[in-house]
Structure formats: structure tokens, C-alpha cells
Design a binder for this molecule. Structure first.
Ligand SMILES: Nc1ncnc2c1ncn2[C@@H]1O[C@H](COP(=O)(O)OP(=O)(O)OP(=O)(O)O)[C@@H](O)[C@H]1O
Ligand SMILES: [Mg+2]
Length: 195
């Protein structure tokens, strides 16, 4: 007898992650550069709409859209930028550390660059106003599929005051995603067109 049952949800999500990560990594350097610039006006508009001063970002990894040109612009207008750091003791929790010219970076256990832990640079999450997050895929309703650690789902479920913005390449947006009950939707998604 043929098994015609659909793939379990976690398998569907893992297959989709694989496909969408490959698409992201297939973008050329020029397409990546264009997209990183393309997200700036819409992101600035959102930040000014909320008059937000304390903003969390990420450092690009595995073909994620780079927020670095946007971060440069934000620093030049006095905004304070923070990056996630894996919590040293609490599994799957993130801390947010100030990111400036003097930040000392090192790779974490996933190979992602993060500021070296320094308690003087930690901002309590209650003081963070907006968080810009990477994603593997998103849909048109603001739902998000990440790398599979549940880090941002945990952060967003614990900090309901945060305005969340996903940054995505055009090729990462789908009609709908296979969702789990714990997935936290994003308030906004800014799409970076790639030329
Ligand atoms: N609020 C939460 N509390 C406890 N566990 C959670 C929470 N949110 C997600 N998880 C757990 O995290 C795991 C991974 O979640 P998921 O597959 O949604 O990751 P993701 O959203 O793709 O990852 P990330 O946010 O790190 O990019 C799941 O096993 C899930 O049970
Ligand atoms: Mg999730």
C-alpha cells in the first residue's frame, strides 16, 4: 500500500528551510548589495514612525540580507544599536549588547559573529524598542520561518512591547508557511528587492 499521508509538519519546515536557504545563498554579491540598500528607506520610515532610539539588529549569516548599511545610517543619526548574544547559561535565550565602533566580535557556536559578552553593554530587553530579525522564509501575513532554534520566537513571546521587523530578500516571501503554535508573527516585513 502506498503511503499518501503528508509529510509531518517538522519535515515540511525542514525541507522548506533547505530550499529557501539555497535560494538566499544563490544571490550574487551585486544582488545582495542592492537589497541591503533597498531596505533602507522603508526601514527608516518605520523607525521614525515609532521614534525608536534603541534598536536591535543582527550580523548577516548564510546569505541573510545585510542590515549593515542601514546600521551605519542609523548610527550617523544617533540611534543606539544592539546585537543578540547567546545567553551563557540560559539555553535558547538571547541577550542584547550595544554594538558600536569599539565592539569586540567573536563567532558563537553557530558560527555567527556576536559582541563579546560584557555585562556593562547589556541592555535590558524592556528598554529595547524595535527588533529587526533575519529569516529563512516569510509569508504575506508577517509569519516567519527561522533557522530552527526558536531564539526569536522565545524573545518575542517574552517581550510583547517590541516592534518586530523581518528583513527579507524578495525570493524569501511565499504565499503561506507551514506554521507551528509557538511561531511569533512579525509586525512588519521589509522586502529588499534584488535589482
Ligand atoms: N516561546 C517558546 N518557549 C519555549 N520553546 C519555544 C518557544 N518558541 C519556540 N520554541 C521551541 O523552539 C524550537 C524551534 O522553533 P522553530 O522551529 O519555530 O524555530 P525558528 O523560528 O525557525 O528559529 P529562530 O527563531 O531561532 O530563527 C521548537 O522546538 C519550539 O518548541
Ligand atoms: Mg518559529
Amino acid at each position: 500500500m502506498n503511503d499518501i499521508s503528508p509529510l509531518p509538519l517538522c519535515e515540511q519546515r525542514n525541507q522548506l528551510r533547505k530550499q529557501m536557504r539555497a535560494k538566499r545563498q544563490a544571490l550574487t554579491l551585486d544582488e545582495q548589495r542592492f537589497a541591503a540598500q533597498n531596505i533602507i528607506p522603508k526601514s527608516l520610515e518605520l523607525i521614525e514612525h515609532y521614534a525608536a532610539q534603541h534598536l536591535a539588529f543582527y550580523l548577516p549569516f548564510n546569505g541573510e540580507i545585510s542590515p549593515l548599511p542601514l546600521i551605519e545610517k542609523l548610527r550617523s543619526i544617533g540611534k543606539k544599536i544592539y546585537l543578540p548574544v547567546l545567553h551563557p547559561f540560559s539555553s535558547h535565550q538571547l541577550l542584547f549588547l550595544r554594538f558600536d565602533d569599539k565592539s569586540d566580535l567573536s563567532s558563537n557556536r553557530f558560527g555567527i559573529l556576536e559582541p563579546k559578552l560584557d555585562v556593562r553593554k547589556v541592555l535590558p530587553i524592556s528598554e529595547l524598542e524595535m527588533i529587526f530579525v533575519p529569516l529563512v522564509a516569510c509569508d504575506t501575513q508577517g509569519n516567519r520561518l527561522g533557522m530552527g532554534g526558536g531564539f526569536y520566537d522565545r524573545t518575542l513571546s517574552q517581550a510583547k512591547h517590541l516592534i518586530s521587523v523581518g528583513l527579507a530578500h524578495q525570493c524569501q516571501q511565499l504565499e503561506c508557511l507551514p506554521l507551528e503554535s509557538w511561531d511569533e508573527p512579525l509586525d512588519y516585513i521589509v522586502i529588499g528587492n534584488s535589482i
